[in-house]
Write a protein that binds this ligand. Sequence first.
Ligand code: HEM
Length: 227
Amino acid sequence: MTLDYSGYLRLDALLSLQRPKSPAAESDAVRSAEHLFIVVHQASELWLAQLLLDLDHAAQALRRGDPDASAERLTRAAALLGVLRAQLDVLDHLPPSCFARFRPFLGTASGAQSRQFAELERVLGLGPAAGPLATALAEALAAAGVTLPEACRSTGPLRRVVDGLSAVALGYRDWQAGHLAVVRRMLADLPGTGGTSGARYLATRVRLPFPDLHAARREAGETIPAG
Ligand code: HEM
């Protein structure tokens, strides 16, 4: 059988995965709002999968001495974070009153349980260890015999890597800030389904990865947008 569009993309499987939990008797407004909520989360997980792939390849390229390929992947990763951030904007069109109607059906499900997001934080060095990107950069700098501030002032390929890492970090922080704004609008000061205090907790999560790299960029005269 010849491969067609829907076969290649496995659309039958993909488009059968959106199953609102609110009862069929619920209004169209609530059912379609829940559909939107599911689509945004599922699409975000797809973009996260691509993002993790690109960040992994960026670290690998840096380790094998190919900073140009690494910088290219990092630039794309930053663009992907922009897509993730932009997706949150459609939630401006999810009325909080509709969200409140289907929220009880979420149970204890929460984005805080996203394994891919936890992996992203590990890769960005937001966990207990430095993470593969910062480690690969430190090794590449040592191999080239340059310090981080020197790389920030240079015009070579390692400078493009530093710029790429910075763009990824800023993209991550923008997503966190955008998500916090959505949560404030939807929940005000209500707790999250995952058991946290909600917006109050999430405000502590708006962090800029690679603080040393940003300090070095500032020293080199770059302007880092405030969070
Ligand atoms: C109506 C929209 C949304 C609301 C009301 C909301 C609410 C929340 C709340 C309250 C938390 C804190 C954990 C908890 O207690 O549940 C949280 C965490 C999280 N949410 Fe959302 N969220 C929304 C949309 C999204 C979307 C579209 C994504 C995309 C994947 C997402 C991903 C996450 C992630 C990754 C966390 C963990 C963040 C961290 O701990 O740093 N959320 N969300």
